[in-house]
Design a protein around this ligand. Sequence first.
Ligand SMILES: Nc1ncnc2c1ncn2[C@@H]1O[C@H](COP(=O)(O)OP(=O)(O)OP(=O)(O)O)[C@@H](O)[C@H]1O
Ligand SMILES: [Mg+2]
Length: 307
Amino acid sequence: MSTITYLDFFGLKDDPFRLTPDPGYYYPSREHTNALLSLDYTLTNREGFCLLTGEPGTGKTTLLRIFINKWQSSAEIALIMTPRLSPEEFLQAVLEDLGVIYPLSGNKNDMIKEFRDFLLEHAGNERRVVIIVDEAQQLPDETLEELRLLSNLETEREKLLQIILVGQPELAEKLAQDQFRQLNQRITVRAALTPLTERTTADYLATRLLRAGAPASSFFDRTALNTIHRLSGGIPRLINLIASRSLMAAYLEGKPGVQQHQVLFASEEVLERKQRGDWKRRQSFWFWLIAIGLVVLAILTAGWVVI
Ligand SMILES: Nc1ncnc2c1ncn2[C@@H]1O[C@H](COP(=O)(O)OP(=O)(O)OP(=O)(O)O)[C@@H](O)[C@H]1O
Ligand SMILES: [Mg+2]
């Protein structure tokens, strides 16, 4: 006897709300599209540095996957995902990712010489060389300085290397500090990912459901959608978490679609207390405001009747 799963129940071929940065589920919101254009521009125009920032869960790593897929056949790309590295370790990781053979001495000058030769070779054949650092807010200060020095590798006419720094908003704040003035001035392309709006949250959910093979674009009614947007603040990772648990709650109730109460139930489980607290505080603020308004209105009306 076969048991019917949650995915079968909704006619889905795949889990639509996995938390991995899967390019197959990419939703090109306006902000994501603009950010992708900025990344493309950095490579096309051989800009030195590009900075991409966004709150956790807004889709930075997902966007990088899309960007890398697009450029991997026409550029040499080093992707550093764990940047808590000393300058030497960082350089080694870059060279290894690019497939550059370097002397085992571990001597930084030797490594930089090999790297420069590699850059010149590719400048000749028009291939871009790019270093992408994800989670760049974790780069130690000395390694950031090393990156600035690497970006000085250039000919009289053009930069030999493009560097893309991706991280949370505190990265931009860090780079604005006086000690990083020189690096900050070299950042010529800046992009920021912001949370989804109420309308794009609904589109985002519909897109993911359709990609997962859903027979209908949405299982969520209007109030459910509105509540998901409000509770997640439009952050895709939180939208996924809440939507996934809401679908599960609907499935457990044997309901073909999600309503607000399932979303509220799901968010109780998946959101941190603080986020729920903010939402409840906002709700109780409006409750008390309306209640006080009604009492004042009643008093005024009673006074008017007496007169
Ligand atoms: N534009 C998008 N299209 C489809 N899914 C997205 C999009 N943006 C974010 N997501 C989804 O949201 C989740 C978090 O995305 P991602 O890991 O890219 O965020 P991030 O900004 O890199 O977060 P962090 O700062 O924590 O590293 C993933 O499940 C991803 O699939
Ligand atoms: Mg990320």
